[in-house]
Each structure stands twice: as structure tokens, then as C-alpha cells.
Design a protein around this ligand. Structure first.
Ligand code: PLP
Length: 430
């Protein structure tokens, strides 16, 4: 792969930006090499500054579920910019957006817009604490809920990729209020709850994990947490920043039929613009200022351009639910293709997949929690990543990420990915 422009830009970026990037995983540190500087993208493809073309399996880490540059989202944005970019005052589109979210996400009765997934989870936790009058929260090892202090404890995604799942700078006092349990382990959660009676404000979970690679909840796990929360008066929070509008139009909660008390959203909800949201039961959300005492605000929250993009995206998803069948079929096709290739090559690596999310783990263990995810051979993942990149396939630059399919991937693209996968496995194991 010829990438002199990316190399020059990265060198310059390192002079002015810490690590040369504005979000750590972009730096390719876990897989080695120079990050690609992206110039444009359309449909299933992205193009780097040197004019190389790649098939997209990242899709901006999830938002671009319809592929890049969908015409309805583009039109909504170009219409919206005619009327200025921000007012700092209420707008019609925010009402439409809230109504649309409440209509699509089963457990959400009221919702507040913010500007990122991090803001959504950070605010949801504050509301849960304010509502219950309790301080402690439970999160799961390897789950990532953005970079707010309370969540950088045993965190997944870039935090684990760079060996700092517990970041310096998080005050001890904050860290001690975050309790962690292994994913898919109800007993461990019950033990934590028993040891801290009346003190747990919330349990927050990725209902399907994307941030230690793709890890699925085992049967009964999400339901079991629901009953623990019910018994103990704990607020159950689904962090659906990745899974929302992706695993179904109503997210993981609709797919699994388990309803949380609060939900955090991001990524797809902005159609590619910086948007997040948190919502939930009316009695809880009425604690949010100015309706209630828990303060949370944002100069650019509900930004008109971002709302236009997000609304166009959600409108499309709500009225074209057949796309979820297409995405499921694409996911299954890839997972089956990968498994068939591995059988042919005498390999026994693990493919976790649900709908349009998947991860190929370089381990023969069943990957069901953080330790099993970490049993992957990370060096091998790095080689695989580059072998795929050289064949024009753009993957997540870490083993601890999920891939995200889009509706722009047609059968011929899926065949190309499967071919590249088999060739890459052969190459790195030769
Ligand atoms: N929650 C989950 C499940 C995420 O995957 C992410 C980001 O990847 C976040 C929260 C944080 O979102 P953002 O990066 O928009 O702050």
C-alpha cells in the first residue's frame, strides 16, 4: 500500500496533536504502522489522501449504517445549513427528534439530546445518582462507556488497547464508587449488590459488547440483571451507543425483549454528526434540569444541523425496517464464510457475530467476557489487520473492537471480504 501523503500528514500531526490523532484508536498503535488519513467516502468505500480505496467495515465506528453519503442525510444537512448553524434556543427539529426516539426505542419515555456518547453516559449516571440518592455504580470489565472519570475503570476499547484500562487522572474518590463485575456473570453482580446494600445507584451495561470486540450476552444474563435491579431499586442502564438503531430499530432492548430504566444513545442517532442522547422512564427523566434538580446542559445540544442529519437517518430506518434483515443476513454470511475458510485452513479461531456487528478473535476459546477476549493473540491480529488493509479492507485497528456492517455492502463486496479474509489468514500463518 502506497501511503506517502498519510505518512507526511502523520509526521506533521505528531508535532501539533498528542500522538498525532484526536482519538487514540485511530493511531494504529495496537497494530503498528501509519494511520491512513481519510479524504472522502461514498457508499461502502473510503478513500485515503493517496487515492487508495478500501471497503469499509468500521463506518466511523458505527454511525454510517447506510454507508457513506446517503442522499437523504446529505440533503437534510444541506437544507439545514441555509438557516444558520446554531441558535442556542429550542427548535422544531428537537421536538421531532425526541418524538421519533420515543417512538422507536421501547423503554424511552423522555429524552435529552447531548453531543456525544460520553456525555450521554456521564449524564445518565448523574441522573441515576440524583434519583436514587446513592453514589456507587456497577459496570462490567471490558465494557467502554466513553471517557468520563467514572467509566475509566477496567474499560475496554482504546483504554485496554493502550494498556490503560484504569487511567491516571481519575480521582481515587471517583474510582472507588465504580464497582466492576465480569461480563456474563450474574453471581458476581449479586455478590457486589449484597456487599453494598442500598448503595448502588445504577448498573450500566453494553447489552451487546462492542468494546472488547463483539461479545454477546448469554441467555438469561440481561434478564437476571433486570430482576436484581428491580429487587434492589437500582437503575438499569443500557448503553446502546453502539447497538441503538443497529441491532434493530429499537436497539438491543427490542431485539432481546429486556427493558432498561434508562438508555444511552449516540453514533447512528447523529447520522455521522456529533450527537448523543440519554432517556428513560418519565419519572426518572423528570429529575433533569430544568424539570428537576439534576443539572445537565449544553451550548450546542440539539444543534440544528446535527438534528437534521440524525432525523433523516432515523426517519429512514423507521420506515425501511427491511434493512435489519439485510444487515442480519450480511453478518451471518460473513461469519459463516469466515468459519468455512478457517475449517479449510485447519484453524479454530472464534467468530462472534450478531446482526451487523462481528469480531474475529485470534483465540480458540469461547469469547464471553474480558479474560477470554484477552486470550486472543494480539500480534497475530496486527498482522491480519495489515494483510486485510493491503487487500483493500478497512478494519478496526485493534482486536478489542467490533466491525460494523452497512447496508451499502452488497453480496459482491461480502464475497470480496471473505476472499481477502481467507488469503490474509493463509499469508499470516504461512
Ligand atoms: N458507549 C459506548 C458503548 C461506546 O461504544 C462509546 C464509543 O465508542 C461511547 C459510549 C462513547 O461515545 P463517544 O465516543 O461518542 O463519546
Amino acid at each position: 500500500m502506497n501511503i506517502p501523503t498519510s505518512q507526511a500528514l502523520f509526521e506533521k500531526a505528531n508535532q501539533f496533536i498528542p500522538g498525532g490523532v484526536n482519538s487514540p484508536v485511530r493511531a494504529f498503535k495496537a497494530v503498528g504502522g501509519t494511520p491512513l488519513f481519510i479524504k472522502s467516502a461514498k457508499g461502502p468505500y473510503i478513500f485515503d489522501e493517496d487515492g487508495n480505496r478500501y471497503l469499509e467495515l468500521i463506518n466511523s465506528w458505527g454511525p454510517m449504517i447506510l454507508g457513506h453519503g446517503h442522499e437523504l442525510v446529505e440533503k437534510a444537512v444541506s437544507d439545514a445549513v441555509q438557516h444558520s448553524f446554531s441558535f442556542g434556543a429550542p427548535t422544531r427539529r428537537e421536538v421531532e427528534m425526541a418524538e421519533r426516539i420515543v417512538g422507536m426505542v421501547p423503554s424511552v419515555e423522555k429524552v435529552r439530546m447531548v453531543n456525544s456518547g460520553t456525555e450521554a453516559t456521564m449524564s445518565a449516571i448523574r441522573v441515576a445518582r440524583g434519583f436514587t440518592g446513592r453514589d456507587k455504580i456497577i459496570k462490567f470489565e471490558g465494557c467502554y462507556h466513553g471517557h468520563a472519570d467514572s467509566f475509566l475503570i477496567a474499560a475496554g476499547s482504546g483504554a485496554v488497547t493502550f494498556g490503560t484500562p484504569d487511567s491516571p487522572g481519575v480521582p481515587k474518590g471517583v474510582a472507588q464508587d465504580t464497582l466492576t463485575a465480569p461480563y456474563n456473570n450474574l453471581e458476581a453482580v449479586q455478590l457486589l449488590v449484597d456487599a453494598n446494600p442500598g448503595q448502588i445507584a445504577a448498573i450500566i451495561i453494553e447489552p451487546v459488547v462492542g468494546n472488547m470486540g463483539c461479545v454477546l450476552p448469554e441467555t438469561g444474563f440481561l434478564e437476571g440483571l433486570r430482576s436484581i435491579c428491580d429487587k434492589e431499586g437500582i437503575i438499569y442502564i443500557f448503553d446502546e451507543v453502539m447497538t441503538g438503531f443497529r441491532l434493530s430499530k429499537g436497539g438491543a432492548q427490542e431485539r432481546f425483549g429486556v427493558l432498561p430504566d434508562m438508555t444511552t444513545l449516540g453514533k447512528i442517532i447523529g447520522g455521522g454528526m456529533p450527537v448523543g442522547a440519554y432517556g428513560g422512564k418519565e419519572e426518572i427523566m423528570n429529575y433533569v434540569s430544568p424539570a428537576g434538580p439534576v443539572y445537565q446542559a449544553g451550548t450546542l445540544s440539539g444543534n440544528p444541523i446535527a438534528m437534521a442529519a440524525g432525523l433523516a437517518m432515523l426517519d429512514y430506518l423507521d420506515t425501511h425496517q427491511e434493512i435489519y434483515l439485510q444487515l442480519d443476513q450480511s453478518g451471518v454470511k460473513l461469519a459463516q464464510g469466515f468459519r468455512a475458510s478457517m475449517e479449510k485452513l485447519g484453524l479454530n479461531y472464534t467468530v462472534n457475530q450478531i446482526g451487523s456487528m462481528y469480531t474475529l478473535f485470534f483465540t480458540d476459546q469461547v469469547v464471553r467476557d474480558f479474560p477470554s477476549a484477552k486470550s486472543s493473540d494480539l500480534g497475530l491480529y496486527g498482522k491480519y489487520f495489515h494483510a486485510m488493509l493491503n487487500r483493500g479492507i478497512y478494519l478496526g485497528a485493534s482486536q478489542f473492537e467490533s466491525m460494523f456492517l452497512s447496508t451499502a455492502l452488497e453480496d459482491s463486496h461480502l464475497e470480496e471480504i471473505m476472499r481477502a479474509n481467507e488469503e490474509s489468514l493463509k499469508e499470516i500463518l504461512a
